[in-house]
Ligand binder design. Sequence first.
Ligand SMILES: Nc1ncnc2c1ncn2[C@@H]1O[C@H](COP(=O)(O)OP(=O)(O)OP(=O)(O)O)[C@@H](O)[C@H]1O
Ligand SMILES: Nc1ncnc2c1ncn2[C@@H]1O[C@H](COP(=O)(O)OP(=O)(O)OP(=O)(O)O)[C@@H](O)[C@H]1O
Ligand SMILES: [Mg+2]
Ligand SMILES: [Mg+2]
Lengths: 257, 257
Amino acid sequence: MAHVYTLVNQKGGVGKTTTAINLAAYLAQREQRVLLVDLDPQANATSSLGMDKTKVTSGVYEALIDGASPHAHVLHSPQLKLALLPASPALAGAEVELVGMLARESQLRNALAALEGNYDYILIDCPPSLGLLTINGLVAARGGVIIPVQCEYLALEGLGQLTHTLSRVSAALHPDLQMRGLVMTMFDSRISLAQQVVAEVQSHFPGKVFQTIIPRSVRLAEAPSHGVPISLYAPNSAGAQAYQTLAEEVLQGDRVV
Amino acid sequence: MAHVYTLVNQKGGVGKTTTAINLAAYLAQREQRVLLVDLDPQANATSSLGMDKTKVTSGVYEALIDGASPHAHVLHSPQLKLALLPASPALAGAEVELVGMLARESQLRNALAALEGNYDYILIDCPPSLGLLTINGLVAARGGVIIPVQCEYLALEGLGQLTHTLSRVSAALHPDLQMRGLVMTMFDSRISLAQQVVAEVQSHFPGKVFQTIIPRSVRLAEAPSHGVPISLYAPNSAGAQAYQTLAEEVLQGDRVV
Ligand SMILES: Nc1ncnc2c1ncn2[C@@H]1O[C@H](COP(=O)(O)OP(=O)(O)OP(=O)(O)O)[C@@H](O)[C@H]1O
Ligand SMILES: Nc1ncnc2c1ncn2[C@@H]1O[C@H](COP(=O)(O)OP(=O)(O)OP(=O)(O)O)[C@@H](O)[C@H]1O
Ligand SMILES: [Mg+2]
Ligand SMILES: [Mg+2]
């Protein structure tokens, strides 16, 4: 069965999409069958893989709202050896539509159940909020959540609210919701605050912080404008090597070597 | 009457809170009576001004949901010469509660109407989403919206969706919703992509982009951990000078000299 990991943090701009895209790319390079699900109406994961989000006619929205089998909406990229369930503009209206639906929190989990046999990893990228789309992402996270944490003060502040939400979702909807790990992102060794934030997160979540720390690297910010992951855009950059190491750490932790 | 400006961008981490805090601080230094409204459940604006968000017992939530006169919930900081309508933990539930209310989109505008006479500027910080809290912020924006745009590719991508939302809100709820201006943030002159993003935004929104460009400056990221705006934390830093210049540009544009 697939490892289903959801990238979540309601703080904006902390590297959720960047981590989803590049972790997916390096897992795929290690011959894993990987599906990336773009659950953010901004559709950043979709466009970071070179798709024109305004031309996407169907995707995760249909799987959530129509209950349609998502097989038909998955896009395959032979070049990247990745599959993508894209976000379309309609997703912006999904949160309001979900409010009145039965079992509204588990629509995504139910939709993905039909796909899990085809993949080794399913990574779900969430929007920066704790609304129904993100809740769907949490309920679908059979393997647990991966929490990108930017090495800055305001990102640290939001972790309390996030863990509170995780325990509420676990109590009400998904009893064995795990925390697969926290990934420190945009680390700049010249900034003392960054080192303090890393130490603080490690002390709050002992044993849960991935050893791999993602450095701030301009190549990572450039890659989306070229529509490819860092593994193709700048494979020798510090950002690429960090995500490759992170993928190894995930595989080892999952005993897939 | 007060100039009511709302800081909005559904892309996360682009500098909405940083711009709201520091623009407010420099407008106050120029003897303007300023109120900052924290409409984000993350309460980053509240904590960046040194308040413990878990100890806030009432604030913008009460004004939105109870219709209570917000006078009683405004906190004053004589040191900063600023007033703050803080976010409390209850705000996280406000979006769902607003859904069923009459005139749900104009609760904030109605609440602030009672306060406008006491201030020259009211700045509203929004969460990174286009839900009912942000819509309330847009409907309340009598002076218009200020859009922070991070000088990176993914932030550029989201502007189309934002302008679409602005025109829908304008058509349905707030006919003369203006775009007061776009502020380019976290500009790093060493990065060619940053310069391209600035040029792209200036060509898409001619005459609407503030001339002041906010540089990436680590002092700006450190200030929130000290609970003060940049004007007190590091007044001689490049970030401080940029926000001071932005405040001048806003005052000149508003013919307040
Ligand atoms: N390690 C890094 N070094 C430099 N830039 C980075 C890094 N990681 C991400 N970025 C850039 O920072 C910005 C924010 O990252 P990203 O969009 O992945 O965050 P996010 O959490 O998905 O944002 P949102 O909350 O809007 O969904 C993007 O412009 C991205 O290209
Ligand atoms: N010009 C700048 N230079 C360096 N760091 C900055 C700058 N502006 C903001 N930051 C830092 O970048 C991060 C994101 O900024 P901020 O929190 O203000 O964005 P936001 O748009 O309010 O985020 P959210 O979408 O989560 O509300 C914060 O850690 C902040 O301290
Ligand atoms: Mg994202
Ligand atoms: Mg903010």
